[in-house]
Ligand binder design. Structure first.
Ligand code: TYD
Length: 393
C-alpha cells in the first residue's frame, strides 16, 4: 500500500487548546499534511497528534452547545428506541451526555476519555468509563455489563488512530443481532464544499463510505445502511451489523451512495490533487476579502470559534489584525484566545451594533445562525464564509 501526500496545510496548533494569554511562551505546533492511502482509499492526516495531548480534562467542545445538535440527538434516540427496542446501549465518546441521556430507562453506558466530560455524565447517573476506547477496555466493559444491542459513536471514530482495533473491540462488544452506528463528517461533502477545515488534529481521518467498506473488510462487521445528515457540514450515519447476522438486508440506498462516490472520483488520487489546487485558490480569495474590508477600516468579528476555523485561520495566516475578536456561546471558551492565531474570544450576547462583517467560523450552523441574526442582517450586517467558496453573504 502506498501513502501519498497531496496537501500540506502548514503549521497548526491543537484546535482544542484555547489559550489563556495572547502571547503564550510555548505553543505545541505540528505540520498538518493530508495523505491518500492507495489500497483502502482512506484519507488521513500525515502525522497524528498524541491523543493525550488532544483529549484531556480541559476539553472544550460540548455536544449540547447547539440547538441543532440537541434536537438531532433527541430525534435519533426516539427513532432508535422505536425501531430497535434496545435493552442496552453504549456510546463511544459520550461527551456531555447529549445523546446517551435519552436512554435512562435501559442499560446506558458512556465511554469518554475527557475527564471533565465524563464527570458531567457520571453526575447525571450514567455509568461512564473515563477512558480511551481500546480492546482492553471493551473486555472490561463486557465483563461488567454484558453485550450490547446498540453501540453508537458520533464524531469520535474518526479521532481514533488504530481503526482495526477499534472495529474489533466494537464487534466483540455487540450481541449477534447488535448494531453499531457511526456518525462522522463525509469526505464526499468535504470535497464538494471544499471545506478543507474538516481536517485538523482530532480528525485523523475524514471517511468516505468507500474507505469504511474497505477498512471493515478484514473485520467481523459490515455496513448495511447509510443515512445522509446535514450536521457538521455534511455527515454520514453508517449502520454496521455483524457479518454472521444474515437476517439483515443490505440497503439499496447504501449501494447507490457507494456508486455516487465512485462517480465523483473518490477512489482516484487525481481528485485529491484537484482538491489541493482548489484549497490554495480558496486561501487566496479569502485573504483578499479580509484585506479589502480591513483596508476600509472596518471591524470583522468571528462567529463561532470552532475547531474547524482553526485550520482556516492558521492556514490562511488570519490573526488579530484581520479578525478583531470571536463571539461564541461555549462558556469554556470565554476570555480565551484562539490557538495559533491568538484572537480573543468573548461571550456571545448578540452582535454589537458597530459590527458589519462576521466571519462564519460555525458555517455548519449557517441556517440556525441566520435565523437567530435576522436583525443584524436586516440592518445591513454581512457574513463572510469560505464554504463552498470565499464570499460575502
Ligand atoms: P462545532 O459545530 O462543534 O464545530 P467544531 O467541531 O469545528 O468545533 O462548534 C460550534 C461552535 O460554535 C461552538 O463553540 C458553539 C458556537 N456557536 C455559537 O457561538 N453560536 C451559534 O449560534 C452556534 C450555532 C454555535
Amino acid at each position: 500500500m502506498k501513502k501519498i501526500e497531496f496537501l500540506n496545510l502548514g503549521s497548526h496548533p491543537i484546535t482544542n487548546s484555547y489559550l489563556s494569554t495572547k502571547k503564550p511562551k510555548k505553543e505545541f505546533m505540528y505540520n498538518l499534511k493530508l495523505i491518500y492511502h492507495s489500497s483502502t482509499k482512506l484519507i488521513s492526516l500525515g502525522k497524528f497528534v498524541s491523543p493525550k495531548k488532544m483529549f484531556n480534562d480541559k476539553y472544550a467542545h460540548r455536544a449540547s452547545a447547539s440547538k441543532t445538535m440537541r434536537s438531532a440527538y433527541e430525534k435519533l434516540a426516539k427513532s432508535l428506541i422505536k425501531t430497535y427496542k434496545p435493552q442496552s446501549i453504549l456510546e463511544i465518546g459520550s461527551n456531555d451526555g447529549c445523546f446517551i441521556k435519552h436512554f435512562k430507562k435501559i442499560n446506558n453506558i458512556g465511554v469518554e476519555p475527557c475527564k471533565n466530560l465524563a464527570d458531567i455524565t457520571s453526575r447525571m447517573r450514567i455509568k461512564t468509563y473515563p477512558n480511551f476506547w481500546t480492546k482492553k477496555l471493551s473486555k472490561k466493559i463486557i465483563n461488567q455489563n454484558g453485550l450490547f444491542d446498540i453501540i453508537y459513536s458520533a464524531n469520535t471514530i474518526s479521532h481514533i488512530h488504530n481503526l482495526k482495533e477499534t472495529f474489533d473491540a466494537i464487534e466483540i462488544s455487540l450481541k449477534k443481532s447488535g448494531i453499531f452506528i457511526l456518525e462522522d463528517p463525509s469526505l464526499l461533502e468535504a470535497l464538494k464544499k471544499n471545506s478543507y477545515d474538516q481536517f485538523y488534529d482530532e480528525h485523523a481521518y475524514v471517511f468516505s463510505l468507500t474507505a469504511l467498506k474497505n477498512l471493515t473488510r478484514k473485520t467481523g462487521l459490515e455496513i448495511f445502511k447509510v443515512e445522509k445528515l446535514n450536521t457538521h457540514g455534511g455527515s454520514n450515519r453508517v449502520f454496521f451489523k455483524k457479518k454472521i447476522n444474515q437476517k439483515v438486508q443490505i440497503s439499496k440506498k447504501y449501494i447507490k451512495f457507494l456508486s455516487d462516490e465512485k462517480k465523483f472520483g473518490i477512489e482516484k488520487l487525481s481528485t485529491y490533487r484537484k482538491f489541493a489546487r482548489n484549497v490554495k485558490k480558496s486561501k487566496n480569495a479569502l485573504i483578499s476579502i479580509f484585506r479589502k474590508i480591513k483596508n476600509d477600516g472596518k471591524i470583522i468579528i468571528g462567529y463561532g470559534a470552532t475547531y474547524k476555523s482553526s485550520t482556516v485561520l492558521n492556514y490562511c495566516g488570519l490573526k488579530n489584525n484581520f479578525i478583531d475578536y470571536f463571539l461564541d456561546t461555549t462558556p469554556t471558551k470565554f476570555g480565551k484566545f484562539t490557538p495559533g492565531s491568538h484572537i480573543p474570544i468573548y461571550q456571545y450576547k448578540g452582535i454589537p451594533n458597530n459590527v458589519r462583517y462576521a466571519y462564519l467560523g460555525a458555517w455548519n450552523f449557517k441556517d440556525e445562525i441566520f435565523k437567530k441574526e435576522k436583525k443584524y442582517i436586516r440592518n445591513g450586517g454581512k457574513f463572510i464564509t469560505h464554504v463552498p467558496y470565499p464570499r460575502i453573504i
